[in-house]
Design a protein around this ligand. Structure first.
Ligand SMILES: [Ca+2]
Ligand SMILES: [Ca+2]
Ligand SMILES: [Ca+2]
Length: 216
């Protein structure tokens, strides 16, 4: 072995050592980067309107209200990142208000109601409580997540989703009688019959036709 060969071998050894050190140095940085990103997740207060969902009733949208903790602004929610149960994407429109009048601003986002119903039905749930989780990101990348428990029923006429069709459902339907989708007080859970954009006599007739029925 010539002196030249020995020198080359040493150079190679040194290069390997330097590469190994570089890899070791960069590894913790890579891990830190990931864990820092995952750690920035805040708890949102999520309220699914109106806490019940009749799976055989008709409506275009399911509205969900999102409140963020102090120091975070709902105006910064990036609506294109908002998902329900990691499955259904939010509609592009978002309305800022304070629907529950608690002085904490909330963002109303809309989900395709039939997509949500398809998702719940896909879990083989026809009656009972379902946890709906809404997640998303703010414009600076901060992640938020929050859940709400929703009572579901698949019984025709069961407006309040308690498993029975009775006078309470007629009363509930009468509260939104004459209202069209989008109007304050509109209740899609009382909307069983055409026209599907309005709660009217045909819906009350449908509820009455199923009066006394129960989920056994
Ligand atoms: Ca509020
Ligand atoms: Ca009922
Ligand atoms: Ca109707």
């Amino acid at each position: 072995m010539s002196a030249m060969d020995v020198e080359r071998k040493d150079v190679r050894k040194t290069v390997y050592m330097v590469l190994l050190v570089l890899v070791l140095i960069s590894m913790p940085a890579a891990f830190n980067f990931q864990s820092t990103k995952a750690l920035v997740e805040i708890s949102a207060n999520v309220d699914v309107y109106s806490d019940v969902l009749n799976l055989v009733s008709k409506g275009t949208w399911l509205s969900v209200y999102i409140e963020l903790p102090e120091g975070y602004d709902v105006n910064n929610i990036s609506v294109s990142t908002v998902m329900l149960n990691d499955t259904v994407s939010a509609n592009a429109s978002m309305v800022i208000g304070d629907y529950d009048n608690d002085t904490i601003p909330d963002a109303m986002v809309l989900f395709d109601r039939s997509e949500v119903i398809t998702f719940i039905a896909g879990q083989n749930i026809t009656f009972g409580n379902v946890i709906l989780t809404v997640s998303g990101e703010l414009k600076d990348g901060t992640a938020f997540v929050g859940s709400d428990e929703v009572g579901v029923s698949s019984l025709m006429g069961d407006v309040n989703c308690d498993g029975t069709v009775d006078i309470l459902d007629i009363i509930e339907a009468s509260l939104s009688y004459g209202l069209e989708e989008g109007e304050a007080g509109w209740n899609a859970n009382a909307n069983f019959a055409p026209p599907y954009n309005k709660v009217d006599l045909m819906d009350v007739v449908t509820i009455a036709a199923h009066y006394g029925e129960s989920i056994s």
